[in-house]
Structures are given as structure tokens and as C-alpha cells.
Design a protein around this ligand. Sequence first.
Ligand code: UT7
Length: 368
Amino acid sequence: MRNAAITGWGMAVPERVLSNADLARMVETSDDWITNRTGIKERRIVGPDDSTTSLSVAAARQALAKAGLTADDIDLIVVATCTPDQFLVSQACLVQAEIGGNAGAFDLGAACSGFVYALAVGSQFVQTGLHERVMVIGVDTLTRFVDYTDRSTCILFGDGAGAVVLEATDEPRGLLSTVLGADGAGYKHLYIPGWGAFVPESAELFPEYRPYLHMNGQEVFRFAVRVMGDAAAEAVEKANLTFDDVDMLIPHQANMRIIDAAARRLALPREKVWVNLDRYGNTSAASIPIAIFEAAETGKLAEEDNVVLVAFGGGLAWAAGMVRWGTAGVCRDPECRKLGLAANEPERVPSGQSPDAAVMEIPTAGNG
Ligand code: UT7
């Protein structure tokens, strides 16, 4: 059985930090309230020189370097985002304009669940044999659409990008199971009206017609607690594994209380759950690939580890998957790469152990 191993990973966040104390000077809120209700302490937000493209490109370059590849080696780029820099052309083509190559390139929209959806799509292209190497990017700059007078939403979001490279292997690596779902009827609990092809004649006729993110926090919270646990458990079962086999849970970083509920459902102790929302807030489609990057770079992921990814968000959509970490069976020989073959005796690359993990620098869009 052909699989799609994760062989490269990258991330980028803007340099500008927005702390809870900064927000308390902008709206009626407090560090205590935000910390207790969400777990978030600070987030990175785009400045005038940042863009969805600049963050994606920095993450993509880093992922290519990690995989030991160039853009010419990539057959397909899939970008998951709900905040592309423009609608024509795709965000994926804007990334390719910077990194080079002639891979197929398209975007995928599933809001905060987008990266897991895109990982499923990218993995399928490798598993079917249509492509050898696929780049999957999760990126969002939702703070461009946040109303900074609305305390119920502006405290939550940050910006960022994460990228992974997928390569063919005959070993059981990469995405071993996938769970995708959506409840479109609930779309108005989390959406950004406007900025699409539908433009009402008069904005007065549509009082809600503002290019800002609208959210019914309590509804989304209830939905998230339900689907995160269920989808994660289903992903484990579909991979024919048990909760005991799970080495790490990487959940979408939206709210600590939602993450705790998902971890309880899988009976996982906190140390097996990757949490970074205190530093980045909710970065939408970027939250899971950023967490993958951090876990890999700090040596927390070892060959054959079973990692559950689970996300929820606008749609209302959800997605989960069981990833078997590592690069066993991935061909590192240029000749065999050219032929598109998985090697019989692969030269294994280290799976993310970094000797200076403890002093890892946070990559920003400028240093990718
Ligand atoms: O990727 C998906 C993105 N979306 C989410 O993940 C959202 C999921 N929902 C949540 O995380 C939570 O619902 C929130 C963090 C958004 C809100 O927490 P909550 O515990 O559901 O609070 P609430 O909406 O029930 O509001 C409780 C009180 C209200 O005041 P009253 O009516 O009790 O007087 C709010 O007006 O807290 C007030 N409040 C705030 N107070 C201080 C709402 N936002 C704030 C704030 N600071 N930032």
C-alpha cells in the first residue's frame, strides 16, 4: 500500500505580538478573563508588510529545506486558507510565484479545519500514485477581518502559516485514517459576510453585510466540544488502533477548554497533547501545521509515533486524522526520486530530533 509520509515541515508567524494586556487597552476585557476562558496569553498579528503570501512562502521554503527538496521537485501545492490575499489567482499560485516550480496549484476552503482537509486531499494524490511529492500549506490572516471593537471575537485570533511536504513510501506512514464532516446549516455561527461574488444592491438592506468575522461563541463552543472528541476517537478507530496507541494529540488551537474536552474523550494525559494557543491564539488553518512543526523540531515526535490531528471551525466543518510519524521507505536517492519510486532500502532521515530543540527560535515571515 502506497502512503504519503511527512518529510518536511515549516512555519511562520508575524513578528508583531498582541498581548492580552494590549487588548485590555482596546476593549473592555482583562488578561484574567481571556486566560481563564480561553488559555490564550498573546497572539501574532500581521503588520502592513505581512500577507498571507509572505507567511506561506516562509513556511513553504522551510518545509522544502527540511525535506531536502526544491520547488521543482514538488508536483502539487494545496493551500488551505479562508483569507487568501486575493480571489483571482489562487493563494497557491501566489506562493508558487515566489518559491518557483511548475507544480499544480490550488486552494481549498474549510476554514479552521482546512489543513486536515488539505492533508487528506494531498495524501490521496500520493496514495493513488498520481503524484510523488505534494506540499500542503495551512495559512490564515484572520486578524485582517477581526472587528477590534468586538471583545467576544478580537481576543481569539492570531495569524500564521504552516507547511508540510508529503512524499511517497510503501511503509505505513503519514495519514492512516481520515474523518471529514460538516454541518452547513450552522454556517451563520461563524462566518465573514461579504467580500465574495454576492454583493447586495444596498448594504442597508443587509445589516449584517460587513467584512468582519461574526461568531456565536457559545454555539461554536458546544459544537466543538461534541465533534472534536467524536472525530478524534473515530480517526483512532478507523486506523484500527486504540486510545492506548496514541502518542500525541495535535488539536486545533482555539480554546483550552475545548482541547481539554477532546483529550478527556481519548483519555489522554495533558503531556500527550500539544498546546501552543497561549503564544499564538487561534491561527485557523495554520494552527495544526504550526504545532506539527514545533513538536517535530523539539524532538517530541519519533519514528512510528501515532499522532491524532483534529480540527473544527467555520462551515461548520470538522476533520480528524491519524498520522503515523516518520519517513521510513521514502526514497532519498535522486535517481529513484526521478523515477518516482519508493526505495527498497531507504536512507532514513532523522524524524525531527533537533539537538538544540530547547532554544528553538520562532520563525517569523522574515526569516523563513
Ligand atoms: O476556530 C473556531 C473559532 N471559534 C471558537 O473557537 C469559539 C468557541 N467559543 C469560545 O471559545 C467561547 O464561547 C468564548 C471564549 C468566545 C466566550 O467564552 P464563554 O465562556 O462562552 O463566554 P460567553 O460568551 O458566555 O460570555 C460570558 C460573559 C458575557 O457577559 P454577561 O452577559 O455574562 O454579562 C460576555 O459579554 O463574558 C462576556 N465577555 C467578555 N468579558 C470580558 C465576552 N467576551 C469577553 C471578553 N472579556 N473578551
